[in-house]
Design a protein around this ligand. Structure first.
Ligand SMILES: [Ca+2]
Length: 253
């Protein structure tokens, strides 16, 4: 029995070594950034106004809820940026414009996934098709995360990618041209046996110049393995305070 265990351990070490050897290239969970394409906005901050006193109202619906609901978002002044409150989760996030970037401060609780980053970029200037912002890229081997007594490989990535410009039709607002940015959260566990478990969450966000977020569409695991839940949020009204409520920030040279 002991001999069998040591063989099992040796095999485990071998597989781990092989996995570690695959570090660079195709095996990474974080995809290679695509070629940069057309510039959609020189200044990303116009896509995400931060103006104390402003409010946005969204109509939300999900594949698992028989009725829709309303989400209210409001901003108030905080330091040199804003604190933004969303009625759906009633937690505040701190945001600021920094040299043309839209930056979040505080632990990034992206779609409920808690990660180690405490400052992250939502949008950066210039906004170009294919621009990939990598927020978390964790690759950890040697810990047993699945509780079977054998170390496994655990990868966790969060990244955002500028998709392009799309024409949206929104309730009460008519047709609006918006920049789409997709966020991906992926978690992959690879056992020494080669068995893998992948959990993926994605969120498409559309930003309209001078308005902010006009639509979000999320896709995430739900309940039994293999079941998904989608949620869609569309802007129905907004009230922007003066465009000069915050000091203008220079773009990065
Ligand atoms: Ca394990």
């Amino acid at each position: 029995m002991r001999r069998r265990n040591s063989i099992k351990q040796a095999m485990a070490m071998l597989v781990l070594a092989a996995l570690a050897g695959c570090g660079g290239g195709h095996d990474r969970l974080m995809p290679e950034a695509p070629e940069l394409g057309a510039m959609l906005q020189e200044d990303a901050t116009v896509l995400r106004p931060l103006q104390p006193g402003s409010t946005w109202t969204y109509e939300a619906e999900s594949s698992t809820s028989p009725t829709g609901w309303r989400i209210d978002v409001s901003q108030r002044a905080f330091e040199d940026g804003v604190r933004e409150r969303t009625s759906a989760n009633s937690t505040d996030v701190q945001l600021a414009h920094r040299h043309g970037d839209v930056v979040h401060f505080g632990a990034c609780g992206l779609l409920g996934a808690v990660t180690t980053c405490d400052e992250w970029v939502e949008l950066r200037s210039p906004v170009r098709v294919g621009d990939q912002i990598e927020l978390v890229d964790l690759d950890d081997s040697g810990h047993d995360r699945t509780g079977d007594g054998v170390p496994d490989r655990f990868e966790y990535v969060v990244y955002r990618r500028v998709v392009g410009e799309e024409q949206l039709s929104l309730p009460g607002l008519g047709s609006v041209r918006a920049v789409r940015v997709d966020t991906f959260i992926k978690q992959r566990t690879t056992e020494t046996t080669g068995e893998q478990r992948l959990v993926e969450v994605s969120c498409a966000t559309w930003y309209a110049p001078g308005i902010g977020i006009v639509r979000r569409h999320m896709d995430m695991p739900y309940g039994p393995v293999g079941t998904r839940r989608t949620q869609d949020e569309r802007l129905v009204a907004w009230d922007l305070e003066s465009a000069f409520a915050l000091p203008a920030q220079a773009l990065r040279p």
